[in-house]
Design a binder for this molecule. Structure first.
Ligand code: SF4
Length: 282
């Protein structure tokens, strides 16, 4: 590496960043010779959402969470439904800075106004590209007696997962496909996501659900769903799987939405292994 360069180890991309350079995720950069989470505390989206929207089907139904998103993502799914914040950097989208204390105070206030509001969700873009913010907020949110929800594609190093997992009460991890070549095409790694799911499934206090968006021609065969759900069941037979319907978006507009019938068929394939399978966007 050149003098002043630094390597980011937060995800399998392992970006080598020259001084001042921003990583592929746009949320981490080389600042004065070391990697820093420049997306830390930069909030682009904030809303109180039902937990079912995360989606979480079997954790505190009927409750809501204060949901925060920033900008940036380390993956490049051409069908991204949140590309307006996930595939842009600091100069391309409005954001405002919130400290972890601001987040915790807001959550406490909202919980005081409505006790069904149970905590904070880190969501919308890939929250773990600025995992230090998730960790710092989560600590204060726990100290205030509220819960943390993580919604992530899970394509980050095991060290990052281990740093936040003990603070997460519920997680939904995107398992985008069950083929390494599909993950390679979007800049990720199936093996890495499997390890994230394994680590969260092993976390005793974390309720874990998984979502697979069924994209026609990408991951919509019975065989792939069979392997994916068999693997999930081998790790935790009680795990919840959401089988979700794709709609054309961003750089994938060359095909129609997933036929509803196909989503139902693939959910049935998964039900051969898993008792808790839900369909979404149908
Ligand atoms: S987290 Fe961002 S900067 Fe770090 S390796 Fe991944 S894409 Fe690169």
């Amino acid at each position: 590496m050149r003098e002043g360069a630094a390597r980011c180890e937060a995800c399998p991309r392992g970006c080598e960043l020259q001084r001042g350079a921003v990583g592929a995720c746009r949320a981490r950069a080389n600042v004065d010779g070391s990697v820093a989470p420049v997306g830390y505390g930069r909030v682009t989206s904030i809303a109180v959402d039902p937990v079912e929207k995360k989606p979480l089907a079997r954790w505190k139904p009927g409750h809501t969470v204060l949901s925060l998103g920033s900008y940036g993502c380390n993956l490049r799914c051409p069908w991204c439904q949140n590309h307006s914040i996930s595939q842009v950097g600091a100069d391309d989208v409005p954001w405002r800075e919130l400290s972890p204390q601001d987040v915790a105070d807001l959550a406490v206030r909202l919980h005081g106004e409505d006790p069904r509001m149970v905590g904070v969700a880190y969501t919308y873009n890939e929250p773990l590209v600025a995992w230090e913010f998730v960790r710092d907020c989560s600590q204060l949110v726990h100290d205030a007696g509220l819960a943390n929800v993580l919604v992530s594609a899970g394509c980050v190093s095991a060290e990052v997962v281990r740093a936040v997992a003990p603070l997460v009460d519920a997680a939904n991890i995107d398992l985008k496909a069950f083929r390494e070549d599909t993950y390679r095409r979007i800049g990720g790694s199936l093996q890495t996501v499997q390890e994230t799911i394994r680590l969260l499934a092993d976390e005793p206090a974390c309720h874990l659900e998984v979502t697979t968006l069924v994209v026609p021609g990408v991951n919509d065969t019975d065989d792939e769903m069979d392997q994916l759900s068999a693997w999930l069941a081998s790790m935790d037979p009680d795990i919840t799987l959401h089988v979700s319907r794709f709609f054309p978006n961003w750089r994938m507009r060359d095909r129609g939405p997933t036929p509803v019938r196909r989503v139902y068929e693939l959910a049935d394939v998964a039900r051969a292994y898993l008792p808790h399978v839900y369909t979404g966007n149908c």
